[in-house]
Design a protein around this ligand. Structure first.
Ligand code: PEP
Ligand code: MG
Length: 758
């Protein structure tokens, strides 16, 4: 049975068209179960009908003409109950519906199984017999198992193909595909397919005798690619001076002749034609990178392939002019978008980005964020050539991409877009205002900084300091550990700009989703593995260099505070403090006149054990920084990057709210400062609740500040306390959100939390 299931699923996966996919399913089920009839119905939620997509056994000209309304007939009953139904007297069942085109009265034996994906019915798989036959449990479990497998495939079926097939019902339906929300925001425009410059996969395995000609030819192509990449780097560098150089450095290093060049030349000397040699070298490295689990390294495979294609393009002497030619602003779509490809799109022409491949750590996401362009990534495998030129909507809030939206949906999104612009303009007026409640209660707002931190700008907008300086970000921008000297420079920049205000610098917090390409380790369960303080305590040589750099950078500034990440045992604090003391003593021994103050030390509260032992931790530190991102993830046992469960993740889950409340109470009783620095701090609802619960300060990305200022400005402190004390008693997250939304709506602020058209 298992073999059979596998074979069917494999066949379905290799189908070239949607029609073929459906046909394979019914054909194989019919023959496997030796049944007379097999039908596959597609659940069209837009029209509320089941549409017969494929069938074996009926005499039908056009399956699409057969539709069964939701909740009608036996098919409807299967969908309604969301469970398999087996009947041996189908025509006598009260739900039986006669469909003349099918002549169903002849088929008394019925077994229907729903195809369900993430709680949504995608379709119904039905087998029928003319004569009475008892479908046994083995038939049912075969179909149930197959449906569960098919669900994962059908959920991502080639939407574009359905559109271009011009089937009647598709004309009125808005098709959407679900991806990963990369950068929040809405974009509407025509899709423009960015094609890779050349196709390495099409290069034949060809041998040559002309070794020196091929070496020379390759060297010219490599040099041309180098120039091209350097030009693209400069172009992007003008727009993103802080981000682009680091990304393009990696490109340039790969192109340096003693790495890629030498290897390709070696292949040519073995007798391979230059393009073949290039393909062999790129493929072998890219495949090795793709096999590693580390998402960061996986992404580097994409860079490598992109560079390979660029060199190939010059080998093939294709006349490519840099920069894409589009008349109107558009949404860029591609199988995989590299930094170099993005650099070719003029800024004024870029509305949004859709990339089939890519993740939250890929270059395309980093760049899209820096450019503030809505982006959706990691979509199912759809044929992009069929989407090219069609109007699409990129909903960077929900991760949905809507292809050829109908007029009404387009109107909705256009309204939303207009509203976004209005809100943005209105919020901008709050940027430089102080953060006060309606009754004048001052709320300290801190900034989270890292890669995109525009330190000078956030300093000017009157923030109270840096609440979270993620030191891992400068580490990620390099390809080896930065030296003590380099680190001093980096940290001093932030400490100096924020002179007179506290700067909470977190010690290196890598591991799990935050990987360093040059410090890779594989673990079966990285979120429960070697990360944060666990790594630095195991590597005193790295930890001490970082601590010395932080302390030295703070010389004569006295505004450094050190935050320790991922504390789950109090001993970790004791050990880390000993290292801080050691670094401090060393620096004073080296220079007794150094004007370095011993910093305040704080702990991130981001795992359940730290909540439970908050009192013990409070004895050892000067402040708590509540990292609600990890705290919610560990309390709820949800990996928020996992699409299947991400909707169960919420920083306003009652268990999270109550945990934060408990930590605030401990901090107050222990007389230490407590701040919140996870994403929820920059969410209007989160700010309302946690300020209401008595948190001392909120730390967030600079971009979130205006809306938080505006929100807090509309309520008195006692109102916020009342909201918080109300929601803390709720049992369900939805009630928390509903209640807070009502409060926001009552002062006309509900639009601030709008996240895409639902
Ligand atoms: C957190 O976990 O909430 C936090 C701020 O840390 P990170 O950098 O892991 O998001
Ligand atoms: Mg964290």
């Amino acid at each position: 049975m298992l073999e059979l299931l596998r074979a069917i699923v494999d066949e379905v996966c290799s189908a070239q068209t949607v029609k073929e996919t459906f046909d394979i399913v019914v054909e194989r089920v019919q023959s496997s179960l030796k049944t007379e009839i097999c039908s596959l119905y597609y659940a069209d939620h837009h029209s509320q009908n089941y549409l017969l997509m494929a069938n074996r056994g009926f005499k039908l000209d056009d399956e699409l003409n057969v539709t069964i309304p939701f909740h009608k007939g036996l098919v409807g009953l299967v969908g309604e109950r969301e469970e398999p139904i087996t009947l041996s007297n189908a025509s006598r069942h009260e739900n039986y519906l006669l469909i003349p085109e099918i002549g169903e009265e002849d088929f008394d034996t019925f077994l229907g199984v729903p195809i369900v994906h993430r709680r949504q019915i995608l379709g119904i798989l039905v087998v029928q017999e003319r004569h009475q036959r008892q479908f046994g449990p083995e038939h049912e479990s075969f179909l149930v198992t197959l449906s569960a497998q098919l669900a994962g495939i059908l959920a991502y079926i080639d939407v574009a193909e359905l559109i271009t097939a011009q089937k009647p019902f598709h004309k009125t339906t808005d098709f959407s595909v679900q991806g990963i929300p990369g950068v929040a925001g809405i974009a509407i425009g025509d899709a423009f397919l960015l094609s890779p410059p050349a196709n390495l996969d099409k290069v034949p395995d060809r041998k040559t005798d002309e070794i020196s000609y091929n070496v020379q030819h390759f060297q010219h192509a490599l040099e041309a690619a180098r120039k091209e990449v350097s030009w693209l780097g400069e172009q992007l560098g003008i727009r993103l001076p802080k981000v682009a150089p680091a990304l393009f450095d990696a490109y340039k290093k790969i192109l340096a002749s003693d790495s890629l060049g030498t290897e390709v030349e070696e292949e040519i000397r073995k007798g391979w034609w230059s393009a073949t040699a290039l393909k062999r070298v790129i493929n072998s490295h890219a495949r090795a990178l793709e096999k590693v689990k580390d998402p960061y390294l996986k992404e580097r495979a994409a860079d490598l392939r992109d560079l390979g294609r660029r060199v190939l393009c010059h080998l093939e002497s294709k006349q490519r002019k840099s920069g894409i030619d589009v008349d109107n602003p558009c949404v860029i779509i591609a199988d995989e978008i590299s930094a170099a490809m993005l650099a070719e799109v003029p800024k004024e022409k870029l509305l949004g980005i859709v990339s089939l491949k890519g993740s939250l750590t890929s270059h395309v996401t980093i760049l899209a964020k820096a450019l503030n362009v809505p982006a959706v990534l990691g979509l199912p495998n759809i044929d992009l050539s069929k989407i090219h030129g069609n109007c699409i909507v990129v909903d960077g809030y929900s991760g949905r991409v809507i292809i050829s939206p109908g007029n009404s949906l387009k109107r909705e999104y256009n309204k939303l877009l207009e509203e976004e612009k209005r809100i943005y303009l209105d919020l901008e007026t709050y940027r430089d205002k102080p953060t006060v409640t309606a009754d004048g209660y001052k709320i300290p707002l801190f900034v989270n900084t890292g890669l995109y931190a525009d330190l000078v700008k956030s300093r000017r907008s009157g923030v109270s300091g840096i609440g979270l300086y993620r030191t891992e970000i400068p580490f990620m921008q390099r390809d080896n550990f930065p030296s003590e000297k380099e680190q001093i420079q980096i940290y001093r920049e932030a400490l100096q700009i924020f002179q007179g205000s506290p700067v909470k610098m977190r010690t290196l917090d890598v591991g799990a989703d935050k990987e360093l390409s040059y410090f890779h380790h594989e673990e079966p369960n990285p979120y429960l593995g070697w990360r944060g303080i666990r790594i630095t305590l195991d590597h005193p040589e790295l930890f001490l260099v970082q601590l010395r750099a932080m302390l030295k950078a703070s010389e004569s500034l006295h505004n450094l505070e050190i935050t320790l990440p991922m504390i789950s045992h109090v001993d970790e604090i004791d050990e880390a403090k000993a290292f801080i003391r050691q670094a401090y003593n060393e620096l004073l021994e080296e220079n007794p006149d150094a004007d370095i103050a011993f910093p305040k030390i704080g702990a991130m509260i981001e795992v359940p054990s730290a909540v439970i032992q908050a009192k013990d931790i409070a004895k050892r530190v000067d402040f708590f920084s509540i990292g609600s991102n990890d705290l919610a993830q560990y309390i709820l046992a949800v990996d928020r990057h996992n699409n299947r469960v991400a909707d169960r993740y919420d920083g306003l889950h009652p268990a999270v709210i109550r945990s934060v409340h408990a930590v605030i109470n401990v901090a107050k009783a222990s007389n230490i400062e407590v701040n919140l620095c996870g994403e929820i701090a920059g969410d209007p609802m989160g700010a309302m609740v946690y300020i209401g619960l008595g948190i001392d300060g909120l730390s967030m990305n600079a971009a979130s500040m205006p809306r938080i200022k505006k929100t807090l400005n509309h309520y008195t402190h006692s109102q916020l306390t009342r909201f918080a004390l109300t929601v803390i008693a709720f049992e369900k997250t939805c009630n928390v959100r509903q209640y807070l939304l009502e409060q926001l709506a009552s002062v006309g602020l509900d639009r601030l939390v709008r996240a895409g058209v639902q």
